[in-house]
Design a protein. Structure first.
Lengths: 245, 251
């Protein structure tokens, strides 16, 4: 049976932590999370990892595999050439708890600040499929936070103080485009969620395991809605005169 | 948003645990852009004598604007429109932020830049928000390019087809796919609506939005194909006008 060489981060701080190497037998159909479970079960029971469904639907087992933000349960072992070392390390953008587990609670704090779904008072709760299709794409999000991890505004520039991140632009796009929602979040997006900090480098879209077109279908349409309200002088003029754009 | 403990110290440029060839894409993009920018600048500024041959007018010089008081290349009066349209385009923004600004050069790769990152919130990048105005101007220029493409089949009042005619037609089709797949147009035509089915007008806008969305899904492809085709159409006119090649008449 072929063996994989797994280099896994171990430790409770990034400075004091280290990579440990394990040899794991590889079976057909195996994913990286299986290899981590093998290490836990047979080689190193103290290895910490967060996981739940093993079906790419709970978003728990996010990590960086060979430096690329990935769901461990969706990363097949047979994509790596035999003999190649496979490094597994925790998400870089969030504080480390232990080994492969990070503290992603900042995301939940951001989520609480988003103005919630606010239906029109006289809303007719039946709507057509074409009106809700855009929003359904955003509802596929499993909150794995890989997009938050890879976004350079959070990862490299550490602008968690001003920037909500792609996951929450997806959520806000779902609210803004909902046919029954009556709230306008353009000001919140611009002044509190820091939409302007996004420079469209599309890494969030590249890593999304649900293949949500985060940039093209959520962030850019939101940017255009902010332009309508704050950067388009003609629309702003008409809005001032007639009361709506 | 609350300030939280920094998870990891910023890494230096290129630092990554990725072991794939992540540098290939930004390197190719930077090379492609640089070649085009150098070529377009040279053609637009320094070769105003080779802009037309027979029924073919170089797209760099269309619409042809002749002003008595303008003593420089007439291309300068035109090229700022497509240059502005492409510079503020959402695809090109991704491409040059990665390839030129290296912020970041690729996903999960260390970036170039310090602690003063402001994204597109301050000058000059806040001007990216004017993309829709460049779209309006680009549509006007595109109308002239369609006129030129039709004129490319007119050989002294007779209908004819030369290799140049086909190049001009292909170019204007690619430019149209690129222009009308624009994210700003997608928003203006229907994306800004929350309800597509609410009236006959919004239903029509939904149909147009759906077509624009199809084009928009391949915006990167059309951006590159049209960049290549517009440069190639100009080069073809340059070679004809300089008597380097001759146009082959198909019929």
């Amino acid at each position: 049976m072929p063996e994989a060489i797994m280099k896994v981060f171990r430790g409770i701080s990034r400075e004091a932590g280290e990579f440990k190497t394990y040899k794991v037998p590889v079976e057909e159909g195996m994913v990286v999370l299986d290899a981590i479970h093998y290490i836990q079960g047979f080689l190193d029971p103290e290895l910490s990892v967060r996981w739940n469904c093993k079906a790419a639907k709970c978003g728990s087992c996010s990590a960086e595999v060979n430096g690329y933000p990935s769901l461990m349960c969706k990363t097949r072992m047979d994509r790596f050439p035999e003999g190649q070392e496979i490094t597994v390390e925790p998400l870089k953008t969030f504080p480390l708890v232990k080994d492969l587990v990070t503290d992603v609670s900042w995301n939940y704090e951001v989520n609480k600040k988003i103005p919630p779904f606010t239906p029109k008072p006289d809303a007719d709760w039946t709507f057509m499929q074409e009106d809700i299709e855009r929003v359904q794409e955003f509802r596929k999000c499993i909150e794995c936070f890989l997009c938050q991890d890879v976004c350079h505004v959070l990862r490299d520039h550490d602008r968690k103080d001003v920037f909500a991140g792609p996951r929450f632009f997806v959520r806000m796009a779902g609210l803004e485009m909902h046919p029954l929602d009556a709230l306008n979040r353009a000001e919140f997006l611009k002044d509190h969620a820091g939409l302007g900090f996004c420079n469209i480098t599309k890494c969030c879209t590249e890593v999304c395991p649900e293949e949500i077109h985060i940039t093209d279908n959520a962030i850019i349409p939101l940017k255009e809605r902010v332009v309508d309200e704050f950067y388009d002088p003609v629309l702003m003029f008409f809005k001032k005169i007639f009361g709506k754009s | 948003m609350n300030k939280v403990e920094i998870a990891v110290a910023p890494e230096k440029l290129g630092a990554t645990a990725r072991n794939d060839n992540w540098w290939v894409e930004p390197a190719l993009v930077a090379t492609g852009f640089t070649i085009f920018i150098v070529y377009a600048t040279w053609r637009g500024l320094f070769e105003p004598q080779y802009f037309e041959w027979g029924p073919y007018l170089s797209p760099f010089y269309s619409p042809r604007i002749l002003l008595d008081w303008w003593h420089w290349s007439p291309a300068i009066l035109v090229l700022w429109v497509p240059a502005g349209f492409r510079a503020t385009c959402y695809y090109y923004r991704k491409a040059y932020y990665r390839a030129y600004f290296l912020d970041p050069p690729a996903c999960a790769v260390g970036h170039l830049g310090g602690d003063k990152y402001c994204g597109e919130t301050t000058f000059p990048f806040v001007l990216q928000n004017l993309h829709r105005y460049f779209f309006y101007l680009a549509v006007a220029v595109l109308a002239f390019l369609w006129y030129d493409a039709i004129r490319a089949f007119d050989f002294h009042g007779q209908f004819g087809v030369g290799v140049g005619s086909l190049i001009f037609l292909a170019n204007v089709v690619f430019l149209s796919f690129y222009t009308f797949g624009c994210h700003a147009y997608r928003h203006l035509v229907g994306g800004k609506l929350d309800c597509f089915s609410c009236s006959a007008r919004t239903k029509t806008r939904f149909k147009i939005w759906s077509v624009v969305t199809k084009l928009n899904e391949h915006h990167m492809l059309w951006a590159w194909v049209s960049l290549f085709s517009v440069g190639f159409a100009d080069l073809y006119v340059r070679l004809l006008a300089g008597h380097v090649i001759t146009d082959i008449r198909l019929f």
